[in-house]
Design a protein around this ligand. Structure first.
Ligand code: TYM
Length: 329
């Protein structure tokens, strides 16, 4: 049986990108794998969040995990900071992670540009913490969106390097989960390449119908096609990309034809897109409301998840310490 590990940072509510890029695959994978899904609260510290929002952020991601269908009976669902073994492995892996490769990481360069006043060591070693999350359970597969593939490649390098240095075949080289389709990137509604919390262009799973309608209505468009069968500009292609994940193939084809014949009306396209996003996310909002009214569900889920995760993690740490030469007196 394959071991699957993945997580999402606790930086606020989950958006369509998190859901279609990652969470939907978590849910698919929990059926026939040994799964560990966590909330990456340590990773959220790189931007120095106010302590008062740390807990509510973890709580909302946990609620949304469960509302989307992650099942504590099938997966270990836990909070990263509940498993101290991860931090120990992070320290060990950092001894074999080099400044050159860490500074070259796309996400590091990006963040260093966006927050020049706070280029901290945690930001630099973000990929080693992520590798520790994955290797602590010796994962085979990691379901992530496209933007995380470089981190996964670095995880494989760290695993290989550890094995070579200590002359063992201990860590597996974890692969991105691929359900046969390309890793997905959900674009923003502002014409930008990626839907993301820091970009402020998100539709959240918890958004109500009115909010979703308003956000889609405001999405960036152009003046419309002037030539038959012309390529779509990015802002329009983006709306179609979202439509492909929430709407039926017939709907996508209908608007594609309208585009190709220059008969498209963006008002109609947006109305349909908003209705399909609302329909796709409505059951999740119902579950969120249910869990909010029954908070004991959260406690039960993470208590069990922590137990399972620590059982697996402490076995790994014991073996890694052995390999590295630590001995008890
Ligand atoms: P985070 O919180 O940035 O994103 C969580 C997951 O959502 C995916 N994602 C997207 N997918 C498609 N389109 C988008 N617009 C989009 N936005 C986000 C991300 O690819 C990711 O899979 N470093 C991770 C969290 C993490 C982790 C791990 C993941 C920490 N440790 C170990 C896997 C294994 C992250 O940045 O998540």
């Amino acid at each position: 049986m394959n071991t699957v590990v993945s997580g999402i940072r606790s930086t606020g509510n989950l958006h369509l990108g998190n859901y279609y890029g990652a969470l939907k695959n978590f849910i698919r994978m929990q059926e026939n794998n040994r799964c560990f899904f966590f909330i990456a609260d340590y990773h959220s510290l790189t931007t120095h969040p106010d302590p008062t929002i740390l807990y509510p952020n973890v709580k909302s991601v946990l609620t949304e995990y469960l509302a989307c269908g992650l099942d504590p009976e099938k997966s270990a669902i836990y909070i990263q900071s509940d498993v101290p073994e991860v931090v120990e492995l992070y320290l060990m892996l950092n001894m074999h992670a080099y400044l050159g490769e860490l500074t070259k990481t796309v996400s590091f360069k990006d963040k260093a540009r966006k927050q020049p006043e706070n280029v901290n060591a945690g930001l630099l070693t973000y990929p080693t913490l992520m590798a520790a999350d994955i290797l602590i359970h010796n994962a085979d597969q990691v379901p992530v969106g496209k933007d995380q593939l470089q981190h996964l490649e670095m995880t494989r390098n760290f695993a290989k390097r550890f094995n070579n240095f200590y002359k063992v075949e201990y860590f597996k080289e974890p692969m991105a989960y691929n359900d046969g389709t390309e890793p997905i990137k959900i674009p923003g509604l502002d014409g930008s390449g990626k839907m993301g919390k820091s970009e402020g262009n998100c539709i959240y799973l918890a958004d109500d119908a009115k909010t979703i309608e308003k956000k889609v209505k405001k999405a960036l468009t152009d003046q419309g096609p002037t030539e038959m069968n012309s390529p779509k500009p990015d802002c329009i292609e983006n709306l179609f990309t979202i439509m492909k994940v929430v709407s039926t193939p017939d709907t996508v084809q209908y608007f594609d034809e309208k585009w190709n014949t220059c008969e498209i009306r963006y008002g109609d396209l947006k109305k349909q897109l908003a209705a399909d996003i609302i329909a796709a996310t409505e059951p999740i909002r119902e579950q969120i409301a249910y869990i909010d009214a029954h908070p004991e569900i959260l406690h039960k889920a993470v208590t069990r998840g922590k137990e399972l995760a620590r059982e697996s993690a402490s076995k790994t740490i014991k073996e890694v310490r052995e390999i590295m030469g630590f001995r008890n007196f």
